[in-house]
Ligand binder design. Structure first.
Ligand SMILES: [Zn+2]
Ligand SMILES: [Zn+2]
Length: 263
């Protein structure tokens, strides 16, 4: 898996550099908070996240997929479909599962405590795509392993999905002014920055919209799609309504947020 790990990290870093440069060249919204401080915090999440995942190396979804195929576990290991079909099914099912996980992260109070760390960011840019609490990353990995066990996708399908999810999370959090002519056709299929930004609104109703990370179909299908924020992309406020302060740009405050009492 060494080569694939290198490719994955390469694409991840490439996407981070590409979209950071693109959002610097064509910014959508003026920044409120210090970019440098936010980046230290958001990149701090990656360091903590990858360190904690490293400890659980054998448990990652890719390893589970290999193990499930050895054991003949999971739907796709039972039926005998051509690889292209299995890859397509696996991608769609995994994306649907991640969409559900995101919905539940908002609806179940204890999960929301963890997920609100992601939502506390008051500016959105490429680095927000990696701002997840380490416990949320851990739980999400266990959930993904469960889905992989039931589905039994080809190992390469999980690798492709993980790489795409990483790159897409960075892309759709970018503070990137995509021309309308590109955004509109793109979001018929995938989630664009303007689409995901609605989900980060301080307005609660808007944060219950646009849960997708990769495919935009799930929100259209389940009527959680909202094309644009009420206050407009420039007028909307981002973050948590009860944390419109400088606190979210600090790593310590952000890590401790799930354990804080509600106001
Ligand atoms: Zn969310
Ligand atoms: Zn987000």
């Amino acid at each position: 898996m060494d080569k694939i790990d290198l490719i994955r990290i390469g694409i991840f870093l490439g996407a981070l550099i590409l979209f950071s440069a693109a959002e610097a060249l064509w910014p959508k919204r003026p920044r409120l908070q210090n970019r440098f401080r936010r980046w230290i915090t958001n990149v701090g999440f990656v360091v903590i996240g990858s360190l904690s995942l490293q400890l659980l190396g054998p448990l990652i979804a890719v390893g589970i997929a290999a193990w499930a195929s050895l054991k003949g576990w999971g739907l796709l290991n039972i039926i005998d479909a051509p690889l292209w079909l299995e890859l397509t099914i696996a991608f769609i099912v995994l994306d649907f599962a991640i969409w559900w996980q995101h919905v539940l992260s908002h609806k179940i109070p204890i999960l929301w405590r963890l997920h609100k760390v992601h939502h506390a960011d008051r500016d959105l840019d490429a680095s927000s795509g990696v701002r997840f609490h380490p416990i949320e990353i851990f739980l999400s990995m266990i959930y993904k392993c469960g889905v992989v066990c039931l589905l039994g996708p080809p190992v390469i399908a999980v690798v492709i999905f993980e790489i795409t999810l990483n790159a897409m999370a960075i892309f759709n959090h970018a503070n990137l002014a995509l021309p309308r002519g590109i955004d509109s056709p793109l979001r018929k299929i995938i989630v664009t920055p303007d689409m995901h930004r609605v989900h980060h609104s301080v307005i609660w109703q808007e944060s219950q919209k646009n849960y997708g990370f990769n495919l935009s179909i799930w929100d259209r299908l389940f009527k959680t799609y909202q094309a644009a924020p009420q206050a407009g992309q420039q007028g909307m406020a981002l973050g948590l309504s009860d944390a419109q302060t400088n606190d979210p740009q600090y790593l310590g405050w952000s890590l401790w947020l799930p354990f804080r009492k509600y106001k």
